[in-house]
Design a protein around this ligand. Sequence first.
Ligand code: GLN
Length: 303
Amino acid sequence: MDIQNLLDDIVASVQPLLGQGEVADYIPQLASVNAKQFGISVAMRSGEVYSSGDADVPFSIQSISKVFALALVLARDGDSIWKRVFREPSGNPFNSLVQLESEDGIPRNPFINAGALVVADRLLSVTGHPASAVRELLRQESGNPRIDADADVAASELLHSHRNTSLAHFLASYGNLENPVEEVLEAYVKQCALAMSCTDLALAGRFLAANGARADGTPLLSRSQTKRINAVMLTCGTYDAAGEFAYRVGLPGKSGVGGGIVAVVPEHCTISVWSPGLGRSGNSLAGVAALDEFTTRTGLSIF
Ligand code: GLN
C-alpha cells in the first residue's frame, strides 16, 4: 500500500467534516484556532515519516502530554504510581469530579484530569520541572529542538482552571498530592500547553510502537511497560468515548482538546492526526474519522 497516497486520500475525504464540532473554548486561547485545519502523519518504527495536509502546523497537545508524563514517571519511578491512580476507564468526561469522592481520592486512570494531576505531581517530585522533562523527551524523540510550551495557552488555562483546581484540592484532601496544589497545577498546565506538529508527534510517540526503545535505540521503557501504557491508552485514552474509538479505530490512542490524537500500531508505526473541531467527548471529529479510514483501509489494527 502506498502510504503517501492513502494519507492524501484521507485529507480529501475528511474535508466535509472540517469546521464541524466544537473548538474547545473553556481555555479561551484555544478558541481562536482556525477550525478548518487538518493534518496527518505516520512515523514508521524505522523513522520514515509520511505526512499530508497541515501536518507541519504546531498545535496545543493538551492531554496527549499525559502519555509522555506517564512514560517518564514509569521510566524513572517504576510501578509505585499505581498505588495512587487506578487503570480503569471512567465512563465520565475527562474533567469529572464525581468518582473521586466515591473512590477515596484515587483517580480512575492516569489520562483523566484527576489522574494526570497525580502523575504531574509525581513527576514534579522526581524531576523538579515536569513540563521541561516532558518537553525534553518530545524534543529528543522528534528531533525538533524548537518544541516548546505556548505561554499564552498556559496562562489562559491557569486563569480559567476552576475545575482542575477543584480536582487538585480534592486529591490533596485525600493526601494524594505530594506537592502544593498551586505548583502541581502550574506544572500540569505547562505540560498541556506544549505545542508541536503532527510530524513531531508521530515521531515523538514512536517508542510506543517500538517496545519502549527511544529514537537513539536506548530503552525508555521495558517491553512490558510499553504494553501496559498502550493498554491504558486503548481503554482510557479517549475518555468516555474509548469504546467507540476502539470500535472504529482499533488502536491505542490518546486525544487532547487541542484536536490532536496519537495512535499506536505496536511494532509498526504511530499515526498522529489533528483537527480542532471536537465531538461530545472532546476528541477530534475529523481526527477519529481519519484514523478509522486509515485502519479500515490498511487493516493495521490490534484486532
Ligand atoms: N488542559 C486540559 C484540561 O485540563 C486538557 C484536557 C484535554 O485535553 N482533554 O482541561
